[in-house]
Each structure stands twice: as structure tokens, then as C-alpha cells.
Design a protein around this ligand. Structure first.
Ligand code: GLN
Length: 484
């Protein structure tokens, strides 16, 4: 039977002829069928994936060299465009809408001969932390189907967790890759803002959004980052310097186990009342162990912790209210069938029927914070806090290689546990939004297992554009501290 360890090992097997791409795709299609009840996919491109696998198998027979993602089976979140395939953002307002072009991220995967196997369920317009806000229904956590997989990229996380693909793409505006990775026991990377082009990623909050990667080993995640990153003429915020070469030249080398890291942590994050005791104690113990091994691990004061969630929700809802104004039923997407009197009524009906509750809540909140009387009190103030956070970040990374904190205050919640209380749901984003507010890269790595049986990860952040050290530290920790 086909089994996957890493892209590198898979390519070796292909070269040796012990497996082929068709077998790989067949295996994943069986897995998708087996785990259908988890509801991780919104669409599966079975025939297409098999055809592509056959083409690649034929190419190899002719002796063609393998491209970097030759036959690598990848799933993508349903907010990322793939030409001539549906992209719906798990919303009724985009039901049956087909992408007119491929996202740059997707195109770069295809250019390296990846096989896209399907699109993944998510919270509507990537707004949520549990995948309970999807027009396609909940996604279930494969480790315990009474639990949520996290969100908003819950389908992409479960797709990797349940071995239905090798790697997957999500998007992370405030934690939507790291938090589901944490809840599902896999790796989730949010790169530096701008590292991967946002062209073809349906916008939630443009100054926060970033394509992210789910996988089961760091080398593969680094490989995908390497391939998708780099400047893009269609996204002016895409960084000119690319992460190119991360995988090939450095990450893949044997690691220097003697290297000592300088790691910071915010005391306030570990002693926050919302943090599960066991998660706190586990991380405190890890800090002690790291010190014993000669690493520098120091607390840094951070008195802004209680402001990060409000700041995030003011700014992202403001941006969302503007971004989502394009869904008006006129040019594309869902259109009301109601017999309406005028254009305003038409918009009202279309958007009330087309958007789910959480999306409507955020559009209204965003419209409110941008309104004339409240702009300064909320939007401008939040921008100022964002600035303070960015300044703080610079200071930290002058002295440290990395910043660690929990990814989430608890392990995966039960389905329905927080869905009636939006504030409780928002507060749980306390540890992930910092990286998006400041634009730094963050990763969640599956180090631990809770006594309740669920996994939890450690979140690590580094300076802007320092994905390479981030991946190195992650690899080191996974090698030396994996307890899950
Ligand atoms: N949970 C956060 C929110 O609901 C994060 C979403 C995201 O990163 N897309 O906004």
C-alpha cells in the first residue's frame, strides 16, 4: 500500500519505480472516500488528478527529469482560485462561481507538476475559528469527531491530518492556519506578510491575509514555501526578496545540533487566565529544558496582550466591510429572487440571503468602526495599537531569534461549545493575531499531547522574512521534544 513520509522519500520511490503517481492519487482518493464524513472537501477533482498522474508517470518513463513537486498531491482551501474550478469561500453568495484565473500560489505549484486533488471546506470567507460557519456544514476533527478541527482553514488541516493529501494550502488572517494545525496535531505555517502573493486569494482583510501551508514535516513545508514565494506583478505587496533556496540550499542540510537559540516569551501569555493549566505547565517545562540545553530563553514584558484581539477585530472587520462590498449580486454570484422595488432593496435582500450570520456580523461591525462618528475612536486607535505592536516586535527581534507562545489557549473545543458566543470565540484568537498584526511569520508545530487525548502545538514566531531560522528552530524542536 502507498504510504507517504516526505516529498523527498516519495521522489526516491518514484525514481526507483517502487511506486508511481497514479498509485499515490488512487490511495488519496480512497482515503478521501474513507474520511468523507469529516467533510473536509468541498470538491474532489478525482478524474483530473488521475489524468495528471498518468501524464506524469508517462513523462518519467520517457526519462524526463522530475520537477520539484512532481506528482505531489495537494489540496487547496476554497478561498484560493484555481482556473476553471469552483471557488466559493464556503458561502452561498459564491455558490457555483468558477475561478477565471489561478492564484499565483496555485500556478507556481502547477508549474512544478503538483497535482491538485480538491478544494477544502472552511469558514465562510475565512471568518471563524471552528469551521462551523460554512455553507457546506461543519468539518470534524479526525482525532475526535465531537471536536472542531479549528478554523478557518479546518478542511485543509483535516485533509492533511487524515492523510487525504500530502500537503495543503490554507489562508491565515488571524490564525487560520496555525490554530487548526494546533487542534489537528500537524504543522501549520503562516509566512511573513507578503511572502506569498495574495493574487487569487479571496480577500478577507487585505493587510493581514497570507497564504499558509499545512504539512507533516518541516522540509515539505519549506519546499512549498520556497516554490510559492517571491515577487509577483499582480500583487504589489508581494515581497521582492524571495525565500528561494530555503529548502534546497539550507533546510535540507543536516542540522547543527550545537547551535544555541535565543528565544523570548511574553510572561503575560503564559500566565493569562484563559490559558489551560496543562498547556501552560508543559510550555514552562519546555522552557526549562531548553535552558538546560544551553539555549537562552527569556521573558519579555508585554503589557498590550489584552489589546491584540480588539485591535485585530476592529481592523479586520473594517477591511472586510470594504472587501466584501463587491458581492452585490449584480455582476456575479448569488442574486435574490425576491420581488424587490429598487436597487437598495435588491442589495439588501441579496446580501442578507447570500451571506451567513458571522459574515454579516463582521460587515456590520466593520461598517460601524469606519463610520464618521466612530472612526477616530475605533479605527484610528486600533491603527495606533498596531503601530505600537510593530515597534515592540522590532525590539524583540533585535535581541532574539524567536518568540514562543501557545497557539491556542485550549485544545480543540467541542462542536457548538463557543458558537453561540462570538466574544468567547474571538478571545480564543489571543495568541495568533499578533503575528498578523505585525506581519511576522509564525508556525504551529505539533509537540504535545494533552491528558484529554487531544494534541496541542507550540507557536514560534521570528522576525519578518526570517522563515529560514523559524523552520530551523521548528525542526530542532520537533527532533528533540516531540511528545505527541
Ligand atoms: N479566527 C480568526 C477570525 O475569525 C482568524 C481567521 C483567519 O485567520 N482567516 O478572524
Amino acid at each position: 500500500m502507498f504510504s507517504f513520509q516526505s516529498v523527498d522519500a516519495y521522489h526516491q520511490q518514484l525514481q526507483q519505480g517502487t511506486t508511481n503517481c497514479t498509485q499515490a492519487v488512487q490511495f488519496y482518493l480512497q482515503q478521501i472516500e474513507k474520511y468523507k464524513h469529516l467533510n473536509a472537501y468541498t470538491e474532489v477533482y478525482a478524474d483530473e488528478a488521475l489524468q495528471k498522474a498518468q501524464i506524469l508517470d508517462d513523462l518519467r518513463k520517457k526519462g524526463a527529469p522530475l520537477k520539484k513537486l512532481h506528482g505531489v498531491v495537494i489540496a487547496i482551501k476554497d478561498v484560493i482560485c484555481y482556473k476553471d474550478h469552483k471557488v466559493t469561500a464556503a458561502s452561498k453568495i459564491l455558490q457555483n462561481f468558477e475561478s477565471l484565473y489561478s492564484a499565483t500560489a496555485v500556478q507556481r505549484l502547477l508549474d512544478e507538476d503538483a497535482i491538485i486533488i480538491g478544494s477544502c471546506n472552511c469558514d465562510e470567507f475565512a471568518m471563524g475559528s471552528t469551521n462551523e460557519n460554512s455553507v457546506y456544514g461543519n468539518v470534524l476533527n479526525a482525532l475526535d469527531t465531537t471536536k472542531v478541527p479549528g478554523g478557518s482553514s479546518g478542511g485543509s488541516a483535516v485533509a492533511v491530518q487524515a492523510d487525504t493529501c500530502m500537503l495543503s494550502l490554507g489562508s491565515d488572517t488571524g490564525g487560520s492556519v496555525r490554530q487548526p494545525a494546533d487542534f489537528c496535531g500537524i504543522i501549520g505555517l503562516k509566512p511573513t506578510y507578503g511572502r506569498i502573493s495574495r493574487y487569487g486569494l479571496i480577500a478577507y482583510a487585505s493587510s493581514f491575509d497570507q497564504v499558509g501551508i499545512f504539512g507533516k514535516n518541516i522540509d515539505d513545508v519549506g519546499l512549498l514555501l520556497d516554490i510559492m514565494s517571491g515577487p509577483d506583478e499582480y500583487d504589489s505587496t508581494a515581497l521582492p526578496e524571495s525565500a528561494k533556496g530555503i529548502y534546497i540550499t539550507d533546510l535540507n542540510k543536516d542540522q547543527d545540533n550545537e547551535k544555541k537559540f535565543r528565544i523570548a516569551y511574553f510572561k503575560e501569555t503564559l500566565f493569562h487566565p484563559s490559558l489551560d493549566e496543562e498547556i501552560k505547565n508543559t510550555i514552562l517545562k519546555l522552557i526549562e529544558d531548553l535552558r538546560k540545553k544551553g539555549h537562552i530563553v527569556e521573558p519579555v514584558d508585554f503589557d498590550l496582550l489584552d489589546y491584540v484581539v480588539p485591535t485585530y477585530y476592529v481592523l479586520t472587520t473594517a477591511e472586510a466591510s470594504s472587501n466584501l462590498s463587491r458581492f452585490d449580486g449584480v455582476r456575479f454570484g448569488y442574486r435574490t429572487q425576491a420581488d424587490v422595488g429598487d436597487l437598495t432593496e435588491f442589495y439588501k435582500y441579496t446580501r442578507s440571503e447570500g451571506f451567513g450570520k458571522e459574515v454579516q456580523r463582521r460587515i456590520m461591525l466593520g461598517t460601524f468602526v469606519l463610520s464618521t462618528g466612530y472612526y477616530d475612536a475605533y479605527y484610528s486607535k486600533a491603527q495606533q495599537v498596531r503601530r505600537l505592536l510593530t515597534d515592540k516586535t522590532k525590539l524583540i527581534f533585535n535581541a532574539f531569534d524567536a518568540l514562543i507562545m501557545p497557539t491556542s489557549p485550549t485544545t480543540a473545543f467541542s462542536i457548538g461549545e463557543k458558537s453561540a458566543d462570538p466574544i468567547a470565540m474571538y478571545i480564543a484568537d489571543i495568541y495568533t493575531v499578533f503575528a498578523n498584526l505585525t506581519g511576522i511569520p509564525g508556525i504551529s508545530i505539533p509537540l504535545f499531547k494533552h491528558s484529554n487525548g487531544m494534541p496541542f502545538g507550540l507557536q514560534i514566531m521570528s522576525n519578518k522574512q526570517d522563515e529560514l531560522p523559524l523552520l530551523h528552530i521548528s525542526k530542532y524542536l520537533l527532533k528533540n521534544y516531540l511528545k505527541y
